[in-house]
Design a protein around this ligand. Sequence first.
Ligand code: 3HC
Ligand code: NAI
Length: 681
Amino acid sequence: MTAINAVTDFAVEGDVGVVTIDSPPVNALSAEVRDGLAAGVAAAVADPAVTAIVLICAGRTFIAGADISEFGKPPRGMPLAEVQEVIEASPKPVVAAIHGTALGGGLEVALVAHYRVAVGSAKFGLPEVKLGLLPGAGGTQRLPRLVGAKMALDMVTTGKHIGAPAALAAGLIDAIVADLRAGAIAFARDLVATAKPLRKVRDLPVTGVEPGMFDAYRAANARAFRGFDAPEANIKCIEAAATLPFDEGMAVERRLFMGLMTGLQSKAQRYVFFAERLANKIDGLDPNAPLLPVASVGIIGAGTMGGGIAMNFLNAGVPVTIIEMKAEALDRGVATIRRNYENTAAKGRMTAEDVAARMALLTPSLDLDSLSAADLIIEAVFENMGIKQDVFGKLDRIAKPGAILASNTSYLDVDEIATATSRSESVLGLHFFSPANVMRLLEVVRGAKTAPQVLATAMATAKKIGKVAVVAGVCDGFIGNRMLSRRQEQAMALIVEGALPADVDRVLFDFGFPMGPFQMSDLAGLDIGWSAETSKGATIRDRLCEAGLRGQKNGHGFYDYDAQRNRTPSPVAEKIILDYAAEKGVNRRPIDDAEILERCLYPMVNEGAKILAEGVAQRASDIDIVWLNGYGWPVYRGGPMFWADSVGLATVADRLTHYGIEPAPLLTKLAAEGKGFTGAV
Ligand code: 3HC
Ligand code: NAI
């Protein structure tokens, strides 16, 4: 074996040259990997003993893509296109041997090999679209030449991975082997023995092109692609592959790739990729410290949240005991979980056996004592300090020593809840978002006394159940809801001053949110936390509820809803708003879209600055992760803090002052220094 460079080895196995890349963690195409690949293949070509070449990776995966951390930096090493040229032009057949995930530039390297073999567990994808990009190393031109235009369209615009059997069926790979190295070498030898041609993907025709297919695809996916630049650029590339000679298609791909790479959307999406991974890291904590076991979970409350939270653990194969006070509530909660699973099964996304297996892991109980053996207990009862403290007091007596005691509270003080126990070090908040089995965000609320090991275990558990977890400190509403409150205040003020709910919703929808604040209120129910007995008609919300408007649940809220849930602005709600404004002596005025946007979003950024200064969030990017995963902030705008940086903090501070809101000290300071929150813009 010869070392080609620090990350590449070359070995000759009989008559087959094996080039091995070993660059942990994911063999990304760094300058060293690119140089090593080219030099390794060149060495194999030059070696007279070698008749065929295998490209293989050590470690957990084949090349997982370009090295994203190199993007935007001065170029080093051999350009990828030149490396590909060396491979494709090799006079000896090159076989890519794939395990793990061949993604992005990694798959594009495999596509210039003459043949591809993989183990059965390998996955393939061009996920560049998720980074606001397109596969810029010939992926859009070569992929449709192997799998056809339709499948290529799907793969590049969604970034989804496909498994080895599907890849084999589609022609993306040529064989599935059991032992990768031995299988690939045998495959390569066979190519030579049977005198197979050097098959260059670039020379194949694009199959499956149908008239009108690209426009039909655009129309069918308009909703999913709304606001994003990259999906359209990807479609244009596949269209180019289908209609132009290979080299001209490559030129289109290059031009569109550069356009995306230098744009703000891709910068935002690449920032989000790293921000999401950073969020899981806790400052000052050893990432390798041992964790507590979480082999069984108890959940108290089988309502909206308790049921959804339970499903996360059942899906991950963790047994759950769920507690209610009355049999009726317990039965209803369990029935809802079952129905959710059965609905998923009816859509073909789960089998009846899967449903049965998950339900078998669930133990319903009316007795809190059944939680005595649970490793993690999550309370999801009513949002009331007295009730929560009562539950935690009982848990303190019941739970085993070392068990983690968590509250799903939305706003309440986790430290105050912890005082009901004699073990504050075991208590923390686990704030799930509704629907808890769907939403990816989890705010992990660190109490003043929460033990580091408890916190670290919560973060690892979140990952295990597929959540994106962010550490938050104790404060009213933590990170997400605290910022949301600022937006809600402004949205309500705007409709009193002159805007209408539909104006505010439209502006935020056009910004990229899936819905605006008034649609969201209608969806959640206007009467959450409202009661007819105590209502004083003091707010617009009180008056809407008093008039019988409850939101989507009864078809009337800020909007009226028909049977298909289509909405039209409610004249009743509008009259209530106008009467309210008149009564308060407000002289309503026209409010333009720019003011709506600035007043809804800048105060959130301002609150984010306070959250950061107080240490409630560890870092600005964590705040962005909360808003991206919990509240539908458009990913191509990077999150509120990244977005504020892109607007310029001096502008944000000036406009806040203009609207009579005092900019937070941190915002003022960074603006004066010409800096941003994230350092990423
Ligand atoms: N570049 C640089 N670093 C990368 C990377 C990449 N392409 N992919 C992963 N990493 C890093 C992560 O940041 C993480 O670092 P950390 O340990 O310091 O936090 C580490 O590798 C492990 O990553 P994950 O935690 O994500 O590990 P998983 O095992 O959960 O997932 C994966 C592995 C499926 C490979 C996943 O990391 C992934 O999807 N990576 C991105 C793949 C991608 O988008 N490739 C396309 C890049 S763009 C491109 O190729 C352009 C080309 O067309 C020209
Ligand atoms: P819910 O009213 O749907 O469910 C609460 C359940 O707890 C009820 O079924 C009730 O019977 C049960 N319960 C009450 N006291 C109990 C006790 N002592 N022992 C056992 N069961 C008891 O309420 P929801 O919406 O599920 O909220 C629960 C918690 O989650 C609250 O703290 C809420 O603030 C929080 N939360 C709610 C979100 C939402 O969107 N609904 C989002 C995030 C957090």
